[in-house]
Design a protein around this ligand. Structure first.
Ligand SMILES: [Ca+2]
Ligand SMILES: [Ca+2]
Length: 240
C-alpha cells in the first residue's frame, strides 16, 4: 500500500507588493512503503547466490510469533557453501511520476529462530534496493543465536538519510527508472545446515526533493531586500 504522507508546505507570508504571486510555493513530502502482515503475494523472492548449487529457500506467512502477530518466515537449507536471497516488496517508487528522491530511510525487525547442525550459527540481513537490473545493499545486521545463552530475539536493522551517493550508479532523479525495495538474507558455512529466520515491521520512507523550488537569486533581487531575506530563511529550512 502506498501512503502519501508528511506533506508540508512553506507558504510565503502575505505582502502588500503586487508581485507576491510570483513567489512559488515550496512543498515536499515523503512516500512510505510498509508491511507488518506479509501476505505471500506482496513479496517476491529470488536466489542471488548459491555457490555450490545446494541451497533452497522456503517462505511462509506466519500469523503468530511476529513482533507482533503476523510476520514473514524464511528457511534456508544449504551447505557447504554460501547462499544469498533477495526479497522485494510488491510496491515500487517511480521517480518519473512521483518525483526525485532526496534520501531514503528504512527499518525492519529480524530474528533467527533456529539453526540446525550444529544448533547455533548466524544469518546476515541487509536492506536491498534495485533499479532496473542493478541491485545495492546497505547495512548488515548479523543475527546470531547460540542457545541457550543467546535465545532468539527480534533485532532492528535501520538507517536514515541514505542519499544516492551511497548507492553508486543509482539514479534518484526524475529521469531514473522504477525503484524496488526489500531486504536480503545470507548464510555461509562449511556444513550442511538449515536456518529459520523471520522479518516484521518492514518500512521504507522515500523523502522527496522539494518541488517548485525556491526563487533564483536573480528573481529575488527584483523583489527587494525584504523578500531576499525571506528566501534565505526558506533555504535554511530546506537544508535543515
Ligand atoms: Ca539453489
Ligand atoms: Ca507483524
Amino acid at each position: 500500500m502506498v501512503k502519501k504522507m508528511i506533506t508540508r508546505s512553506l507558504l510565503p507570508a502575505t505582502f502588500t507588493m503586487g508581485i507576491v504571486a510570483a513567489v512559488p510555493m515550496v512543498s515536499f513530502g515523503a512516500v512510505v512503503l510498509s508491511d507488518g502482515t506479509f501476505n505471500v503475494s506482496d513479496w517476491t523472492h529470488s536466489e542471488f547466490e548459491d555457490t555450490n548449487n545446494n541451497g533452497s529457500l522456503t517462505i511462509a506467512k506466519k500469523s503468530t510469533g511476529g513482533n507482533p502477530a503476523d510476520y514473514q518466515q524464511g528457511i534456508h537449507a544449504w551447505g557447504p557453501g554460501t547462499v544469498r536471497y533477495d526479497h522485494l516488496y510488491v510496491d515500487t517508487y517511480d521517480p518519473a511520476t512521483l518525483g526525485a528522491i532526496l534520501s531514503i530511510d528504512f527499518t525492519y525487525d529480524f530474528i533467527v529462530e533456529a539453526v540446525t547442525n550444529p544448533s547455533d550459527g548466524a544469518v546476515a540481513t541487509y536492506f536491498l534496493i534495485t533499479q532496473g537490473a542493478n541491485r545495492w545493499t546497505y547495512s548488515n545486521l548479523v543475527n546470531a543465536i547460540n542457545p541457550p545463552n543467546d535465545p532468539p530475539s527480534w533485532e532492528t536493522n535501520s538507517a536514515s538519510g541514505l542519499n544516492a551517493a551511497l548507492f553508486s550508479g543509482i539514479d534518484f532523479s526524475a529521469a531514473g527508472g522504477v525503484i524496488s525495495f526489500g531486504y536480503g538474507t545470507a548464510n555461509s558455512t562449511g556444513q550442511t545446515r538449515t536456518t529459520t529466520w523471520g522479518v516484521d515491521n518492514w518500512r521504507v520512507t522515500i523523502n522527496q526533493v522539494p518541488v517548485n523550488g525556491v526563487p533564483e537569486p536573480a528573481t529575488l533581487a527584483l523583489f527587494g531586500l525584504g523578500l531576499a531575506g525571506l528566501g534565505a530563511i526558506r533555504r535554511k529550512k530546506l537544508a535543515a
